[in-house]
Design a protein around this ligand. Sequence first.
Ligand code: FRU
Length: 640
Amino acid sequence: MINNLTLILTLLVAPLAAVHATDDIIIADFEGADYGAWTATGTAFGTGPAQGTLPGQQPVSGFLGHGLVNTFLRGDESQGELLSPEFALQRSYINFLIGAGKRPGEAYIALMVDGKVVRAATGNDREILAPANWDVKDLQGKMARIRIVDHASGGWGHINVDQFVQCDEHRGPTLTDVKAAQEWELATKELYNESFRPQFHFTAKTNWLNDPNGMVFFKGEYHLFFQHNPTGISWGNMTWGHAVSKDMLHWQELPDAIEPDALGTIFSGSAVVDWNNTAGLQKGTEKTMVALYTAAGGTSPASNGQPFTQCMAYSTDCGRTWTKFNGNPVVKNLAKSNRDPKVIWYEPTKQWIMALFLDGANPNFALLASPDLKQWSQIQSFNCPGGAECPDFFPLPVIGKPGVIKWVMTPANGIYMVGDFDGKTYKSDGVPKKVDFGSNYYAVQSFSDIPKDDGRRIQLSWMSGSVFPRMPFNQQMSLPCVLTLHALDDSILMYRYPVREIESLRSKTLRKMKDQPLAPDKNALAEVKGDLFDIDAEFALGDAKEIVFTVRGQTLRYDVSRRILRVMNNEAQLAPVGDRIKLRIVVDRTSLEVFGNDGRVSFTSFFVADPQLKELSLTAVGGTASIVTLDVHELKSTWN
Ligand code: FRU
């Protein structure tokens, strides 16, 4: 019965469908040897349509004829765009076949009218192309283009499409999510112009980053290497990425510097300038830059069965190219996975000293010494309670105790020890203290070889835990901060404060106040709006119970009676100096960094600024404080 009915219906409908079919306008069926009038950029599209499945790809099906657009060319890493010529919208629907990546904003197709995305679609993480359509009734008569975008790498970082046809009947689901399409487009517009791209914090051009590595200053350039996954948006394939800057704010990303090999993927480490040519690798008069890194044996198929060791690479051309030392590894496996060597020159004994994390061992850190960066011997192991990974080790003068130098040891996670070092033994003065109280301060490292006449100890941290929706990059570094030691009462504390270079980004002063009351019922920052801020304030507490800032939707408050500074969900003790509190607040699109009393405490915090929420507010609660000084600066982007 059902079969008969189906047959009758089919016979009735068939002539009608045939009539409509002749009416259809084929925009593209990708059956030619090339893309015709479509223009391709990048590496994902090749010179013409794919003929089905590409090498290394799961079987592709569901396309019509022989050809389709398939951006798996050279795997998921390749990226690019394919843009159609302009055409008039003359039917109710655009039907198409679509498969592969469900990566909105990264791998998708878009319908463009007047240069704006009006429709978009992605695949569904399957290689099978399925019918779908855009309803374009409201756009009849307009001129349009179709853009096929692959800005994705890593899993499902490609898109398959075929058979764009204008029809009055639709096939498959109608994809109507214009708002999402516009958001994707806005969010990802072009590299470095995405809506959640930090504007003055370092991010990799694309893909994952974590720890800062190899931080060294040489010949007017700050070199920042970083844990990079060149082929994925998540952690993996660890490689040393590389960027240079003259001011630690405007960075230029260079090609990756050190790549995985049979000894392992390339985990964290440090770099120095070999001024005295101790390693004997110098060519001509140019000093050699030397990197000591972790070969993470067993973290890749090529290094299966290898242990964690420390290896060396060097550059004789100011860091532009790197050669691995042919005697690698230079430090053998010492613990489960000894890693993250940080090297410093110790002038009194003319030796290199390496601080190293001994994962799984107790004590958990070691010091090693070497005359030439190639032969290392362990001189001490010591415990940093509560510390793990990424040691840094450096001397600092103590402000308030003329002539006194102390040695600081920082593990990855926001704590530090202060002590003494005589070239052989490190002895800490006591238990570790904490300098940063934010949720996103990890894997800190400081620059080596800052010139003596500058003399600063400048540190970066990976802002671990940051999340970047729909962005082609993942993770960010903190602001560069200067570390100083201060003698206070009977202890020595480390402060952390933004480098002065940030002031060069101040474009406009949005509010300037001096010696004015801060009353409970009045917003001292009414009508101040913006994207990026540098706020510098000093308050006399008066009889206020709290001083409260809101910054683009985030709250920070100083609780006078508890003497606590609270930033988002974290808090730290902060005693006033006399009756006063100083706050420095630096705001980028995805970070809020707060410094209390000149860096006595800091909060490195990730948040995503809502593009609509540009306001600031500042009030007192429960009484009146006074603004000693308040300067709200707008910062300019380093990408303009
Ligand atoms: C710290 C860390 C290091 C390691 C690296 C690997 O974040 O775990 O100990 O070298 O990341 O990416």
